[in-house]
Ligand binder design. Structure first.
Ligand code: GLY
Length: 373
């Protein structure tokens, strides 16, 4: 790269989704000069498609302890993060503290739900078994055929589109500079970023927060981040009708996440299809079939949007947070990008400011080391 710099910053953040925006905001708050670069509009990647579940308890996996701890830490941070962000941006982020219901529709699923419940109790997570009748009192839209349920009172939700809009305002107000609609064509660690094949931005530190595309940037070390496709639908109650649900519900095959405005997000497929984001009849059919078995009224709703996004998957489902090859990764958040936004931004900004090291459990080089061991 020929280094004729257009401008100079302490930090260049690549990627304008929830993670990149929050890292940029937090880094700027620590006194660093920050430029954020995105090839498209801000918040148009996975953050645009995400349902916004903040659900480390209902999604806990016993094989992913470090990820669970990180998710719980971020979930605890969400309330203050949302309040601070709303204050800084003057915009609501749609943070709703409703808890989440986990549902079983038949005997096999009820047995699996019992195991899930016992596991969470062993881990000391707050969960409450509910009789189907009690679950239906909470959510009258649930099917009378519901077999079993538990409530995770600490699992909440946020509106990711409002989140990225608020983060963009807060970051701009804090003094983050933006280069939007500009493609990063090469990265020179420790030096800067080449944009559109010519213009160069000098930056001492480069943060890669490009989601599923994080492993594709010339000059950035290859990391095992892959796209994991998720198809979704957005639905809405008719004018004057009450919302279908008050709280998110999860079940085998998907989830429904209501917003406060009568709309509901129905997600999501989990598909290994590379960078293909085509919507398929089978994918949407299965989402609607599974949802309607537990919440029949879903079929009465108006469909307002169908779209697919690409989660940034990693081999162990945990994010890549830390240095590798002279750049700092804040990516690979897979199913948990929105949940992990506050803690990721805090950890990465503290690392950039030299205040704290990031837990080695999330080191981007961990897969290489394991292979070599
Ligand atoms: N966190 C939900 C999903 O990735 O589908």
């Amino acid at each position: 790269m020929s280094l004729s710099y257009a401008d100079r910053h302490d930090v260049a953040v690549l990627g304008g989704g929830a993670i990149g925006l929050a890292v940029a905001w937090r880094a700027r708050q620590r006194g660093l000069s920050v430029v954020l670069i995105d090839h498209g509009d801000l918040g148009r990647g996975a953050s645009h498609v995400a349902a916004g579940m903040l659900a480390p308890v209902s999604e806990a996996d016993p094989g992913e302890r470090a990820l669970l701890e990180l998710g719980l830490r971020s979930a605890r941070a969400w309330s203050a993060f949302a309040a601070e962000l709303e204050d800084a941006s003057g915009r609501p982020v749609g943070y709703r503290t409703t808890g989440t219901l986990v549902l079983a529709r038949d005997r096999d699923e009820a047995e699996a739900l019992d195991r899930e419940l016992a596991l969470r109790e062993r881990l000391g997570l707050r969960v409450e078994r509910l009789l189907p009748s009690a679950a239906r009192r909470l959510e009258p839209a649930l099917s009378p055929t519901l077999r079993a349920a538990f409530h995770a009172p600490d699992d909440h939700s946020v509106d990711p589109r409002r989140l990225t809009a608020a983060l963009a305002v807060a970051a701009a107000r804090a003094g983050v500079e933006f280069r939007v609609g500009q493609e990063v064509t090469a990265v020179d660690p420790g030096e800067g970023v080449e944009i559109e094949g010519r213009q160069v931005v000098a930056a001492e530190r480069i943060v890669v927060a490009c989601g599923a595309w994080s492993g594709t940037i010339p000059g950035v070390p290859a990391v095992p981040v892959r796209p994991v496709k998720g198809q979704t639908l957005r639905l809405r109650s008719g004018p004057g009708e009450p919302p279908l649900l008050e709280r998110p519900v999860r079940y085998e095959g998907g989830y429904l996440v209501p917003r406060g405005d009568g709309s509901v997000i129905l997600g999501a497929t989990v598909e290994e299809q590379g960078f293909n984001t085509a919507l398929t009849a089978g994918g949407l059919y299965e989402l609607l079939r599974d949802a309607s078995e537990l919440v029949p009224g879903v079929l009465e709703l108006e469909v307002t949007e169908t779209l697919a996004g690409l989660r940034p998957g990693t081999p162990d489902n945990a994010p890549l947070l830390g240095e590798l090859g002279g750049v700092l990764f804040a990516t690979g958040h897979h199913r948990n990008g929105v949940l992990l936004t506050p803690v990721t931004a805090e950890l990465v900004a503290a690392h950039l400011a030299g205040d704290a090291e990031i837990d080695a459990s999330f080191a981007p080089g961990r897969f290489t080391h394991r292979a070599a061991a």
